[in-house]
Design a protein around this ligand. Sequence first.
Ligand code: ADP
Ligand code: MG
Length: 298
Amino acid sequence: STMPPLLSSIANAGRHGVLAKSAVVMEQLGATTTVAFDKTGTLTEGTPRVTGVEVLTGGGPDTHELLRLAAAAEHPSEHPLGRAVVRAATERGIAIPRATEFEALPGRGVRARVGARRVRVGSPAALLAGCDGTARQRARTEVERLAATGATVVLVVVDGVPAGLFALGDRLRPLARQTVHDLAALTGNTPILLTGDADTAARSVADEVGIGEVHAGLLPEDKVELVRQREARGERVLVVGDGVNDAPALAAAGCGMAMGRAGADLTLTTADAVVVRDELATIPAVLRLSRRARRFVV
Ligand code: ADP
Ligand code: MG
């Protein structure tokens, strides 16, 4: 071909299933020293299922009512955890009422009004901070017990009171472990994990894929800060993410890559490259390509 090496590398990347924004992106990819993975929807399939429902307060909403309220609040949400809650309610034949005043808080959860009730669903760490002391302590104990199993735990707060917990589980994407291994070999550094989820759930995924460095409980802006710090130390960070919560980190990083299904949320406006084929193994393949192309550029 008569194309300059970097341009033909874009075409080659395309054949591997990665859409790169520009030739510069291919060059940045080739210079990567550290790959930072998001967890939910990136290393995992992103279609978690509710595996347990626990009522926290006697006299409060029962299991059925918890699912009904939470599903109503999550119905407008596009977050994989929100979808899972809606699915759990639907599978149990629960009619989901329409919520009002819906608001998504990226990295934290959702809030909405369901009839006369104010419902919040989301990260226990974020939601418990605003709850009364005794209830908070009880909820924390239960959260830790469920989290110890490796589950992702989501809290439901009704009218300011912690009312229940959902345990959710997600499967690893195929080839996640192999991809981490290949990227470690290519960059010389084992990839790291950045997640909004709690530490226990994050570590259980990290152990399965062979990642040692885990940063859990991060808000979207914390992911940005972490990426900036590493780049200030001279590292070239490739952030791989899938959700709106990852958008700021993808934009801040030397290179941001979005996993395909997120196409609607994360297009080439925030990411530098999109894994269109939605397979993790394409990432090391494209890194290899970009390195080969780079050798021709001085
Ligand atoms: P990750 O970084 O693993 O992709 P997110 O940043 O999207 O995770 O979410 C971090 C945490 O915020 C989740 O583990 C969950 O506790 C909470 N969360 C965010 N959105 C929702 C939602 N729609 N429903 C329930 N919990 C949510
Ligand atoms: Mg995610």
